[in-house]
Design a binder for this molecule. Sequence first.
Ligand code: NZQ
Ligand code: ZN
Length: 401
Amino acid sequence: MKNFTYYTPTKILFGKGSESETTKLLREFGATRVLLHYGEGSAVRSGLLARIEEMLKEAGIAYVTLGGVKPNPRLSLVHRGIALCKKEQVDFILAIGGGSVIDSAKAIGYGVANPGEVWDFYERTRMPVACLPVGCILTIAAAGSEMSDSSVITNEEEGKKRGCHSDFSRCKFAVLNPELTCTLPAYQTASGCVDILMHTMERYFNQEENMELTDGLSEHLMRTVIKCAKLLKDDPNNYNARAEVMWAGSLSHNGLTGCGTGSGDWAAHQLEHELSAMFDVAHGAGLAAIWGSFARYVCGDCLPRFVRFASQVHQIGIQDPQAAAESREAQKALALAGIEAMEDFYRSIGMPVSIHELGIDLTDGQIDLLAERCSYGQTRTIGAMKKLAKDDMANIYRAAR
Ligand code: NZQ
Ligand code: ZN
């Protein structure tokens, strides 16, 4: 077992009607002038934004609003948010939405609390030393930003999507009412489930020693999300399934499923971020489109984990684990069966398993550009199971085409 640090300072309010506690939470964290930050319209259509505004007025908490956050949130709106917060002397940002809104709120928080250009933190030429406090009312279970230390922003002028990680940006509180996710289109629900699974899979597939407790938690989380994603396909108002998925989304990316097992692989995420930067696809759907090809490319270097994934998550080969362990060929066959089972699951919830199924037909030139960007101009490798250089990245994009 590896040493680890586990830090999850976010206060969680979970369950039906929990957003009614929002002003109490804002007061608890010292908010006096709030930016209400939201997306392209779902929070307006559902009436959630109006309800929150009403609560703030009743509580006498001053606020300004900034909507319009797009999925794969843009740097230009972050700049607008920073200027607005400075002008209005905002001291707390309340994100109402999903990962994109929360990430945009965190970026605005960095921009207000630190001098200079906020994009530097995403290019990692400087590190932030503070962040305006951020809280959230989550409306989609997916990215896990409500409890993570990350924020992912797209610089639309440069065609780059980059993440910034620091504890300063962790949400002070997160209101998680699963009912708020019932208005999601089926595609977004499914895409969110893929992302939740991937946040645990990125940590689960590693070359380190393992921790039995963490592996068990991870496997149960994956089985639960797979089961609930299938339930939600036919029964989108199933509260318990919504609730399981929502809590899994937070636990999957707050560090719990990485305790004792190292820092994870994260290559699939890096490959996907270039795809969504170039083609603006939903992050979870992009992950589903790439993962099978990626997994087949690297599984030979990490067979024991893929065999365990097949047996513990997809119940393949558990009848005779001894026989499964006997030869490398048998292990490889089990690993591939586990990967196929995962792709079958993705198909069953309407997710793509190739880039073509995402609606994109990649040219050779685009593959080269994606790999060039993902390797930061051939200055880095990605992945822990297998170190992937630019050529490997291109091979994976080509196989996923
Ligand atoms: O903009 P609105 O109108 O609100 O619509 C959104 C958006 O179109 C819609 N939506 C959200 N809640 C809804 C709803 N529609 C109906 N009813 C509701 N209750 O769903 C769409 C997707 O929203 P978005 O916030 O983009 O989804 P998600 O939470 O998947 O966030 C994706 C972003 O998070 C980043 C991704 O790269 C992507 O940019 N990630 C952030 C991470 C982090 N900060 O820790 C980690 C992840 O790996 C990921 O990279
Ligand atoms: Zn993700």
